[in-house]
Design a protein around this ligand. Structure first.
Ligand code: SF4
Ligand code: SF4
Length: 155
């Protein structure tokens, strides 16, 4: 009897996390997701973020890269990552670069582009996680002040 009363109360008063999302007139969930236009252009950038020394990747990233190259995860891990024991993390291997000291091994140094875009690690997908990129702001500032749209400002 007591439980039945509780159930009736619960049915009439759903918990806040169970309540339906408010909707707009068009029945879309509210708030409607807004596509934010990026204020940076990776096509005009020499790839600062890919030159970051410690690009951390997880097992899922390794598996994705392994699949992309038709390798076992163990081989991909060996070939594409190095182990940072002090933090127990895998980092993407680097190569010597023509612009920066070194850059991710998957970076095309002539075209200044990622060669594994479809299979790139999660952290590369997320970065810069904002409509602004600090590196790009720096580059734009330097290019405007030097009056040279091609220059590569080094940090
Ligand atoms: S540093 Fe910023 S602008 Fe340059 S490639 Fe990375 S995300 Fe794009
Ligand atoms: S995987 Fe691609 S996007 Fe990620 S650091 Fe390497 S070159 Fe850059």
């Amino acid at each position: 009897m007591y439980l039945a009363a509780i159930h009736r109360y619960n049915d009439a008063n759903p918990a806040s996390h169970e309540q339906p999302m408010p909707t707009t007139k068009t029945r879309k969930p509210f708030p409607v997701p807004v596509k934010v236009k990026s204020k940076y252009d990776c096509l005009k950038c020499p790839g600062y973020c890919c030159s970051y020394q410690e690009i951390e990747i997880n097992q899922r990233d390794i598996d994705r890269l392994a699949k992309h190259f038709g390798l076992s995860s163990a081989v991909a891990e060996e070939r594409f990552t190095k182990w940072k024991a002090s933090e127990s993390v895998h980092l993407l291997r680097h190569r010597k670069d023509t612009v920066f000291d070194s850059i991710c091994m998957f970076f095309d140094q002539d075209k200044r582009r990622c060669t594994v875009y479809e299979a790139r690690p999660g952290v590369c997908r997320q970065y810069p996680d904002s409509k602004h990129c600090g590196y790009y702001e720096f580059l734009k500032f330097e290019r405007e002040h030097q009056g040279d749209e091609e220059m590569v400002a080094l940090t």
